[in-house]
Design a protein around this ligand. Structure first.
Ligand SMILES: [Zn+2]
Length: 347
């Protein structure tokens, strides 16, 4: 990546209203069969064009072909019974009706590989593809087979590694694992969560990222954030071990959050996707606000390792707001890029 401060998003973008009901998670599809397959591809093309028009450097599929960042992946696996549902507490935060693991989990066929090939055909820009992380996957299921969170996470790590290898072969430049659960289960993260993540990236030559945030801008998450006090120090618990891991890039929530920015010092040496766009509000950041967040991060992240990004996915936002936020991200990054080039012409 030669561009200084290359911009990207955490992953998801809003879907067009003809494909799924907007501003809603787990929104059901409005099309069926071949129409749905074509509609998903059209939506992916639009999501890509929105990013290109905004001047985003590392593009994604906007997660247009999936209903949910975890569930859609799991739906493609055997060993999970979607008819047999149990209510569990997701990330210690809210109750949800989830499918049950009833036997050995396995990936019988590729999940997103055809979608990734399709995105690859549409652009020569670097592309990033998001997958759920093992720990976040187990937290979205009821396990009636392994009876061990760790065992199930290892099985998912192996499955994710199979998928990741095929995504890499399809031409994906950065494979990102979404692990919001890393902000909740600190002991498990340190005992086996990061080890499972390293199993998921084993043998990959492309770059790898882990996205750890405080969640989409939905009520359960914003209510939870209110209970976290004036300083959010969750990252402090997992950063030291992540810094020593084989993961290349760490994607974080920074803008409008109460995360003390100096915690970034704990992952010095890693590339950092700095969340400079708040996804929990419809207010569109000014370019200067984005620039300010990036300048703060630059105290703790080397300029050649800083990737301006969004705090989390933008799926629950309106398309207009998401478009405005993409433009703000690019404009804010450009301000800081020019400042850096002025100070250090060799960058
Ligand atoms: Zn997120």
């Amino acid at each position: 990546m030669k561009t200084l401060l290359p911009t990207s998003t955490a992953g998801s973008l809003p879907k067009p209203s003809w494909l799924a009901e907007p501003e809603k998670l787990w929104s059901p599809w409005k099309l069926q069969g071949e129409e749905l397959a074509n509609g998903k591809q059209d939506a992916l093309r639009i999501a890509l064009q929105e990013q290109q028009h905004a001047g985003i450097d590392i593009v994604s599929d906007g997660e247009q072909t999936r209903q949910h960042f975890v569930t859609t992946f799991i739906e493609h696996l055997s060993g999970v019974d979607f008819a047999n549902r149990k209510t569990v507490r997701i990330r210690n935060r809210y109750d949800a009706s989830v499918p049950t693991v009833t036997g050995p989990v396995a990936r019988l066929k590729p999940v997103f590989v055809e979608d990734a090939k399709f995105l690859r055909q549409q652009t020569t820009q670097p592309i990033k593809w998001a997958l759920p992380g093992p720990m976040t996957m187990i937290d979205t299921l009821y396990d009636d087979h392994y009876q061990s969170r760790e065992k199930l996470a290892w099985e998912f790590a192996k499955i994710l590694n199979q998928e990741a290898k095929e995504l890499e072969a399809a031409g994906v430049d950065i494979i990102q694992f979404d692990e919001p659960a890393f902000n909740v289960f600190f002991d498990e993260v340190n005992d086996w969560g990061i080890a499972c993540l390293e199993r998921a990236i084993e043998g990959l030559k492309c770059e790898t990222a882990v996205h750890i945030c405080y969640g989409y801008g939905i009520k359960a998450n914003t209510d939870w954030k209110k209970t976290l006090g004036t300083e959010w120090r969750q990252y402090e618990e997992v950063f030291p071990k992540l810094q020593k891991s084989n993961i290349d890039i760490i994607s974080l929530e920074c803008h409008n959050s109460r995360v003390p920015i100096e915690l970034l010092e704990l992952v010095r040496g890693k590339k950092v996707m700095v969340g400079a766009i708040d996804v929990a509000t419809d207010t569109i950041e000014s370019a200067e606000e984005v620039a300010q967040t990036l300048r703060q991060a630059l105290q703790f992240v080397d300029a050649d390792k800083l990737y301006p990004c969004t705090n989390c996915g933008m799926a629950p936002l309106s398309r207009e707001v998401a478009r405005g936020k993409l433009n703000a991200l690019r404009a804010g990054a450009e301000i800081v890029r020019q400042e850096l080039l002025k100070e250090h012409p060799c960058l």
